[in-house]
Ligand binder design. Structure first.
Ligand SMILES: [Fe+2]
Ligand SMILES: [Fe+2]
Length: 328
């Protein structure tokens, strides 16, 4: 897919005003064109689907992931390159895929393989693309962090990471295939996920959740992640699932999404003192529809700066790597 990008360089969660008040809606028929665009998307490499289906609780997880990475020379080379990145700074150069997986960690490699594959399909070439990517990575890192803090380990942190990474995959499709639509939506200056959805419906007659659902089917993404893509803006859904793990996963990704939107809107919030940051998180990153927030804002407050920093490092490692010469 091409990546011409007429969008402004505004953050996907940047502050904005007056959703839909001054920009006229237009024919909603565009959804059909976009849906056709989804059909034209390259397929997700088979290796990624197999990685998504690995069980991180299995004793064989490391060996299984290693075997998969070794099967695909393109991923093997990229993982070795990432393991040798300046931020990793190994004492001795990493030269084998086994060393790379040990160095990076098997579970991190699963996220990296997925992110690498998606970044080949939605190549980040502009500041705007990078902002959307940073939002995806922040949400992934935040979801994993929150999952690790859950009492009783209801959901796997690696699963939360992947769900966070892919939750806005529909926005990537719009970015790539309907840049004008995306620009019109962003010109409404939305400042919360709900306002973003309202603007998409008002102006386009469809939203990125619908597109994301189609992408998940196109790529045969596992059910739990597809559910997150479909329901990540439905704040009643976690409660509707009762105590089922999918409800917990959904709430975790929703909280991570709200946190990332807030961080991108107000980057300096990560440096607030604990009391002010807790108040900010209570206001912007928790929802009344939830029976209970996945983690208390006062607990999450301690992890906000590390989440920001880890996602930024990940963005540098992932998005600054030389683009692959093939494999799309
Ligand atoms: Fe979204
Ligand atoms: Fe999002």
């Amino acid at each position: 897919m091409t990546n011409s990008n007429p969008l402004s360089a505004r953050d996907p969660g940047a502050p904005v005003r007056g959703v839909g008040s001054s920009v006229a809606p237009r024919e909603p028929a565009k959804m059909r064109d976009i849906a056709a665009g989804v059909e034209q998307l390259p397929l997700l490499p088979t290796i990624v689907l197999r990685v998504l289906r690995l069980n991180p609780r299995s004793d064989r997880y490391f060996e299984d992931l290693l075997a998969l990475a070794e099967e695909d020379p393109t991923f093997a080379v990229r993982l070795i390159r990432l393991a040798n990145a300046p931020t990793s700074a190994p004492a001795k150069p990493i030269v084998t895929i086994r060393q790379a997986v040990i160095r990076l960690g098997a579970r991190e490699c699963a996220g990296l393989v997925t992110a690498l594959a998606v970044s080949r399909i939605f190549v980040p070439t502009t500041a705007s693309h990078r902002h959307l990517w940073l939002h995806a990575l922040q949400t992934a890192v935040a979801a994993r962090t929150i999952a690790r803090m859950l009492v009783g380990q209801k959901i796997l942190p690696e699963q939360a990471y992947l769900a966070g990474l892919l939750h806005d995959i529909g926005r990537f499709v719009m970015f790539d295939g309907a840049t004008e639509d995306l620009q019109r939506v962003d010109e409404t200056h939305w400042h919360s996920p709900q306002q973003l959805l309202d603007a998409e419906h008002h102006l386009l007659g469809y939203d990125h959740v619908q597109l994301g659902d189609q992408v998940c089917h196109r790529w045969s993404i596992p059910t739990d992640i597809t559910e997150v893509v479909k329901l990540h803006h439905d704040y009643d859904a976690p409660r509707a699932y009762g105590g089922a793990p999918i409800g917990s996963l959904l709430a975790v990704v929703q909280m991570a999404d709200l946190l990332s939107a807030r961080m991108m809107q107000t980057p300096e919030m990560a440096d607030l003192d604990a009391i002010d940051l807790t108040a900010d998180l209570s206001l912007h990153c928790s929802r009344p529809e939830w029976t209970q927030a996945p983690v208390a804002p006062s607990v999450l407050a301690q992890r906000v700066a590390p989440i920001r920093d880890e996602a930024a490092e990940m963005a540098n490692r992932l998005l600054d790597a030389p683009p692959p010469g093939n494999g799309r």
